[in-house]
Design a protein around this ligand. Structure first.
Ligand code: SAH
Length: 364
């Protein structure tokens, strides 16, 4: 009998044919398989879905990013046309809110050419509905350069890219692989060969036996491409995600279904799979193309500097009691230290000559 879960079926066949797969291959197939991959088959966002993101919590998030874009556009010399590229735009909510706020600087709004990097057909439809007036174009990967300066936005995108995992075992790194276990379930297993783990020698020294190191060739490739583009055409990238400011060991692979953590190997394709972003490595990847990095700062500090309190006050002024409560709750979720305010970090990448970016001023 064939497995009714096409992703599990494909993985089982692949493992039977060529042996255990890397965690990265498992993630890649679970998330992006054209037949049953998690993002290919559903809109995962919001209360009725599996997880909720900052732009879905409140319009304030996208609006402040829109104002950040307008400020950045001015710092870039107010070009007549610029590429405004969003990676993984979800339902298009962040971009719709950002463009509305950006229109307070009409020349900036008029200069923005909206390009969306999205692989999910379901979410492309949602983005088309949310952005019908914005004339966006869609791309599977970073669109080819047309010479325009570029502003890149990526909120909760890098965490969806596959990671490889390595386990310290007997003084060396062995890759953590996925195989099929009893009753066709998936299980972790250690690979035999000592793999090439380029950036890991220092961490190998400090890691304890059994500890896990993650690397993401996919993140290195995307960040490398974005950085090369900015180095050539000018611009700034803004990356927001959960993760750690310094490289460290730790297993951050996690799966979420219906807003609850579940076993990452259970029923692949039916739960969101993510890993924390190593911001130090993102910055060093970008530095190797000559860019300057900003932060990471916490999402709470970033949004506070951009004026989220004033924006909340303005919204409260026209609100009834229930709406006021919603605004307060959204503010607490976005910037509260126990919620998204501290775990989420904001990193920017720019050309070297840029000497200030909104949201990255040193604290008092
Ligand atoms: N930024 C949105 C959505 C985050 S969910 C928000 O904040 O609400 C992750 C997004 O990245 C989804 O739109 C998903 O379809 C997209 N995505 C995941 N992997 C991708 C890939 N490899 N290439 C392009 N888009 C991808």
């Amino acid at each position: 009998m064939t497995d009714p879960n096409p992703v599990a079926h494909r993985l089982t066949e692949l493992i039977a044919k060529s042996g255990p797969v890397s965690v990265a291959t498992f993630m890649e197939i679970a998330l992006a398989d054209p037949d049953g991959g998690y993002y290919m088959t559903r809109d995962p966002l919001g209360a009725a879905g599996d997880f909720t993101t900052a732009p879905e919590i409140s319009q304030m998030f996208g609006e402040l990013i829109g104002l950040w874009c307008a400020d950045t556009w001015q710092r870039l010399g107010a070009p007549d046309a610029f590429a405004l590229i969003e990676f993984g735009p979800g339902r298009g909510t962040l971009m719709a809110d950002a463009l509305r706020a950006m229109a307070t600087v009409p020349a900036c709004r008029a200069a923005a050419r909206v390009q969306l990097v999205e692989t999910s057909p379901v979410l492309r439809d949602a983005q088309a509905a949310a952005l019908s007036g914005a004339d966006p174009t869609w791309h599977d990967t970073l669109p080819a350069s047309d010479g325009m300066p570029t502003i890149v936005i990526a909120n909760e995108f890098l965490d969806a890219l596959p990671v490889r995992q390595f386990v310290k075992s007997g003084g060396r790194w062995r890759e953590r692989l996925v195989t099929t276990g009893p009753a066709g379930r998936f299980a972790f297993i250690l690979g035999d060969d000592e793999p090439d783990v380029p950036e890991a020698p220092r961490l190998l020294e400090v890691a304890l036996d059994g500890e896990i190191l993650e690397t993401s060739p996919a993140i290195a490739s995307v960040v490398g491409n974005i950085s090369a583009r900015i180095a050539a055409d000018g611009g700034v990238a803004l990356i927001i995600d959960y993760g750690h400011p310094h490289s460290a060991v730790g297993d951050t692979l996690q799966a979420v279904r219906r807003h609850r953590p579940v076993d990452p190997l259970d029923a692949p394709g039916t739960a969101d799979l993510t890993a924390h972003v190593d911001f130090a490595r993102v910055a060093s990847t970008s530095a190797s193309t000559g860019l300057r990095s900003w932060g990471p700062v916490t999402q709470g500090a970033f949004l506070a500097q951009l004026g989220i309190h004033a924006r909340a006050d303005a919204l409260r002024a026209g609100a009834d009691t229930r709406q006021e409560r919603d605004i307060d709750a959204a503010l607490a979720r976005l910037i509260g230290p126990a919620e998204m305010g501290t775990l989420f970090k904001v990193l920017a990448l720019s050309e070297q000559w840029i000497d200030r970016l909104a949201g990255f001023d040193p604290g008092p």
